[in-house]
Design a protein around this ligand. Structure first.
Ligand SMILES: CCCCCCCCCCCCCC(=O)OC[C@@H](O)COP(=O)(O)OC[C@@H](O)CO
Length: 240
């Protein structure tokens, strides 16, 4: 235990590689259907000028329109448009098996511990569906970057995607008050957008939005958590 490091919030746990998904987990909609199977992102010319867009729309807008938007349950993404080629791109981070699977675990008869289907991943694909983002949400230009900055960001996204694997719906705090302690941060679409903006700023990009940007959080209030051990020590699955 490092007494110099704050104990809370518990840092998000990263991994060396993304594990294969369990066949038990089923997606209602295919993940990233038009993106590259291996998550590759095209290299743009260093001298290119890329417009950057803030994208926001209600979760499941393509199916339920503004329904979840009325509850301020919003999905966030980033758009890019190359001035040299005219190509547009959308980059987002979301669940492989939808939000419910990341919010609640499964209880399986043959498995003692709660079973999660909660992987999330980046999805980069060609095109920006203007209507999807603008009719119930936001599509706003927030700046311009060079092709060089885009390419460096792309390499960072691929590493981020290989190590940040699990989607965390809940933000866990001590209480609703302004001085609450955050025990665990969420790890969701908006956190990815924030990490990417931060990386682009570190690369020298200047991004700004003309309007206040609100991001969706769902809170779980708890007393100070205590570490109980890992699945096998808590739920003790006998050797098969
Ligand atoms: C079913 C129980 C859900 C209860 C929890 C409700 C509040 C949770 C808020 C978490 C923030 C959600 C933001 C986010 O991470 O969005 C990602 C994803 O859910 C968006 O899914 P989508 O299918 O609308 O968008 C993917 C689509 O853009 C693919 O092109």
């Amino acid at each position: 235990f490092d007494y110099n490091k704050p104990k809370w919030p518990v840092p998000y746990r990263r991994f060396d590689r993304r594990p294969d998904v369990d066949s038990f987990c089923e997606a209602i909609y295919p993940f990233c259907p038009t993106g590259d199977r291996d998550g590759r992102i095209p290299d743009l010319r260093d001298s290119d000028v890329i417009s950057v867009y803030r994208l926001q729309t209600p979760v499941w807008e393509f199916k339920y329109g503004n329904l979840l938007g009325k509850m301020n349950i919003m999905h966030d993404a980033i758009g890019f448009s190359s001035s040299e080629t005219g190509a547009n791109f959308t980059m987002e981070w979301y669940e492989l098996f939808q939000l419910g699977n990341c919010t609640f675990p499964h209880l399986r008869p043959d498995v003692y511990a709660p079973f999660w289907c909660n992987q999330g991943a980046a999805c980069f694909f060609e095109g920006i569906d203007d209507l999807h983002w603008s009719q119930n949400g936001t599509l706003e230009k927030i700046g311009e970057i060079t092709g060089k900055q885009f390419n460096e960001m792309a390499r960072w996204v691929q590493n981020d995607n290989q190590t940040g694997i699990y989607y965390e719906t809940w933000t866990v705090r001590s209480d609703p008050g302004p001085n609450a302690t955050v025990w665990f941060e969420s790890y969701d679409c908006s956190q990815f957008v924030h990490r990417t903006y931060r990386k682009l700023s570190q690369l020298g990009a200047k991004l700004s939005s003309r309007t206040q940007t609100n991001y969706t959080k769902i809170y779980l209030y708890s007393g100070e958590p205590a570490f109980l051990g890992n699945d096998s020590s808590i739920f003790g699955q006998p050797a098969l």
